[in-house]
Design a protein around this ligand. Structure first.
Ligand code: NAD
Length: 459
């Protein structure tokens, strides 16, 4: 505990010094972060391979390249984001001027998850730096190599008096949560999100919670074979081709009309074969399960006898190599754990409906998802989904691409999270928007002061 308190004291002192508020400091740190990523590509490829068996293409796309892009975007926008925003005030306030000034919260805690261990640590860090905070970063202990990499490398590039890394497991996270922070940004499960929120409430600390849940993909009966092919590729891309299904915004399950299920399954099978070969276990393009605990968790989901009967493709498990084959299920029981808990692995249930319109009610009878994916060309149906459902985001006709987009907010709603980030939203997430009003001594209205009387009531 002493070490955490010492680090926190230094972060507080650095924040009080005011250094992190200067635009020069913020820009230097963002440039240094880009340099860190450029200089250490090979180390990051290696760490991600050791932790998750991630292919360098996935690592570059989802971690290095994406974070470099975000840091460059923040650098290019920082002056605009930091500039006070003038507000036109109603005549009632004349003579006066108003503006909104963004000020950093102070000392912030960022706790990240293991599935995109570099991305989920550095993307919020970009926002925290851009907004002028000092930061304690706690990477996930499950991505061991990436956590060590971050702890060793960040102090070599970034201002170590203002940005510190603390590694450790649940006990360390608990100790960190006992401290008073000016903001907590947490990425993880809804279960731990609620623990974080309770701890923050003690100090009235604002929180951003980037959580998980089950993200459905609605598949309308599409008009052309080409559309169907593209849909299937994008579904597989949004499931197995990103950390092998260990993705908060990955497709958790598909909703489709019964009459379309057989065609869909055949297409999924042929596309999986095309992407990963006859024996996906030999493919270098597919990530491994993070550890034995999660491997066993997924095995348990599949070994439920009613679920095992629903397997229509895959199902191979290799504990020694922490490998689970892309697996498709057809209509597993809706009360089985696989349909009540977030899967977070390479198992893809297909749930059939008589009519695709029923998908709205299906989704609404469950916790609000982080994302709803919907593949349809029907504009009326699109409008019904927009107005008839609630989710962190809603993506039509693609998967996962939203995480690359700096100008849309990324975050959940209800059980899938509180708050949002990416691009300007990250800057806002780590800033307090302070209202400033300047009045003149001129034009004094006496009726605003006591003693109160009937005349003042009418005024
Ligand atoms: P988790 O909630 O199990 O753990 C997150 C961190 O919390 C851990 O690193 C651990 O140090 C800490 N922790 C665990 N138990 C704790 C406790 N009892 N008290 C205090 N701290 C504790 O999540 P995870 O396994 O790291 O990640 C998977 C979850 O994260 C999934 O639900 C996934 O959907 C979600 N996720 C969300 C996003 C997003 O951007 N919304 C991104 C990635 C992952």
């Amino acid at each position: 505990m002493g070490e955490i308190e010492d680090k926190l004291a230094e972060l507080r002192q650095t924040f009080r010094s005011g250094i992190t508020k200067s635009v020069a400091w913020r820009k230097n740190q963002l440039r240094a972060l880009i340099e860190l990523l450029q200089d250490n590509e090979d180390k990051i490829f290696k760490a991600l391979h050791q932790d998750l068996g991630k292919h360098p293409v996935e690592t570059y796309r989802d971690e290095i390249g994406l974070i470099k892009k975000s840091a460059k975007y923040a650098l290019s926008c920082l002056d605009k984001w930091m500039a006070p925003k003038k507000r036109r005030l109603p005549l009632l306030f004349f003579p006066a001027s108003g503006e909104v000034v963004s000020e950093p919260f102070g000392v912030v805690l960022i706790c990240s998850a293991w599935n995109f261990p570099i991305n989920l640590a550095l993307e919020p860090l970009i926002g925290a730096i851009a907004a002028g905070n000092t930061v304690m970063l706690k990477p996930s202990e499950l991505a061991v190599e990436c956590a060590s990499f971050l702890a060793e490398t960040i102090p070599l590039y970034l201002d170590c008096k203002a940005i510190k890394v603390t590694n450790g497991g649940v006990d360390v996270c608990e100790q960190l949560l006992q401290q008073k922070w000016n903001k907590i940004f947490f990425t993880g499960s809804p279960r731990v999100g609620s623990i974080v929120m309770s701890a923050a409430a003690k100090h009235l600390t604002p929180v951003t919670l980037e959580l998980g849940g089950k993200c459905p993909a609605i598949l309308d009966t599409l008009s052309s074979p080409l559309d169907i092919k593209v849909t299937v590729k994008r579904i597989i891309g949004g499931k197995f081709a990103s950390c092998n299904g260990q993705v908060c915004i990955g497709v958790d399950y598909i909703l489709v009309e019964k009459k379309f299920a057989a065609t869909l399954i055949e297409l999924l099978k042929t596309t999986i074969k095309k992407f990963y070969g006859e024996n996906p276990k030999d493919s270098k393009s597919i990530s491994r399960i993070i550890n034995e605990y999660h491997f066993e968790r997924l095995r348990k989901l599949l070994e439920d006898p009613l679920v095992a009967d629903a397997i229509v493709h895959g199902g191979l498990l290799d504990k020694e190599n922490l490998f689970i084959e892309p697996t498709i299920l057809l209509d597993p029981p809706l009360d089985a754990e696989i349909m009540t808990e977030e899967i977070f692995g390479p198992i893809l249930p297909i749930i059939t409906l008589n009519n695709i319109q029923e998908s709205i009610e299906f989704i609404n009878s469950r916790p609000k998802p982080l994302v709803i994916y919907a593949f349809t060309k029907d504009e009326t149906f699109k409008k019904q989904i927009v107005s008839g459902t609630s989710s962190g985001s809603l993506i039509f006709n693609d998967t996962l691409v939203q995480q690359l987009c700096d100008v849309l907010p990324f975050g959940g709603v209800g059980q899938s999270g509180i708050g949002r980030y990416h691009g300007h939203y990250s800057f806002e997430t780590f800033s307090h928007e302070k209202a400033i009003m300047q009045r003149s001594f001129f034009l004094e209205l006496e009726p605003r002061y006591p003693p109160w009387n009937d005349f003042k009531m009418k005024f």
